[in-house]
Design a protein around this ligand. Structure first.
Ligand code: ATP
Length: 223
């Protein structure tokens, strides 16, 4: 049985939304957040960008191609979700600054680019390469994540206060430069939890789409 993709009929806002990640594996926390963002902002699409080599995490045990395949399987239920394989094709350490700059070069100077990060990722932003310059090329949309509070260190607090948007429409009025925080469906799911359950031979049902569950089982991943 195949799942029919959800196709909305709405007025769409301009802007390119990107959600980077290791997606090791993709889970319902990623997917529901992506759908919430699309419904809230009325963007046409959201691109998931699986990294080749994470800069801040250990190298995954599954191949980049398998993680990419799982993202492709995971996004099938909503036609607005897309996968962008550029970091996997580029190889090497997957620096967000490079990905955003490539997108800016392709999309032109006017297009709003919105980079989505969970609260945990935003808290680690000061450790990212050229992190303050990311706002030169994109906006940052920070989404809440259960277990992570906005307890910013002082440099991040200053950065946030300096660049926070006064209202959400500012993300569409300029191509880059603003930060917005939003809370969506709180789902305390993580890829580490999914991997741990697999190692323990426990069920991962309802944490990931069935297609991902089947893929993981078929390829004996995360054992
Ligand atoms: P791991 O457990 O291996 O660290 P993860 O679950 O955090 O992985 P990533 O692929 O690293 O998954 O996450 C990609 C992006 O999605 C990050 O910005 C992260 O903050 C965000 N994210 C992941 N899970 C959730 C969730 N349940 N709710 C909101 N945001 C999430």
């Amino acid at each position: 049985m195949t799942i029919e993709s959800f196709t909305p009929i709405v007025n769409e806002n301009s802007g390119t939304v990107v959600m980077g990640g290791t997606f090791d594996p993709i889970h319902h926390g990623h997917l529901r957040s992506a759908v919430d963002i699309l419904d809230f902002f009325r963007f046409k699409s959201l691109r998931m960008v699986p990294c080749f080599q994470p800069v801040h995490k250990d190298q995954p045990s599954v191949t980049p191609e398998q993680r990419l395949q799982m993202v492709e399987l995971g996004i099938q239920a909503d036609i607005r979700l897309e996968v962008d394989p550029r970091e996997i094709l580029r190889e090497g350490p997957s620096y967000t600054k490079d990905t955003l700059q490539e997108l800016r070069n392709e999309l032109g100077e006017e297009e709003p680019i919105i980079m989505v990060v969970g609260m945990d990722s935003f808290l680690s932003l000061p450790t990212w390469a050229e992190w303050q310059s990311l706002l030169d090329v994109a906006h940052i949309l920070v989404i809440s994540r259960p277990g992570w509070e906005p307890d910013f260190i002082s440099t991040l607090e200053e950065f946030y206060e300096k660049h926070r948007a006064q209202n959400v429409a500012e993300l569409q009025c300029a191509p880059a430069g603003k930060i917005w925080m939003e809370s969506f469906t709180p789902l305390a799911i993580s890829s580490s939890q999914v991997r741990k359950l697999c190692r323990e031979n426990a069920s991962i049902a309802y944490l990931v789409p069935e297609t991902i569950q089947r893929f993981i089982e078929a390829h004996s991943l995360y054992k």
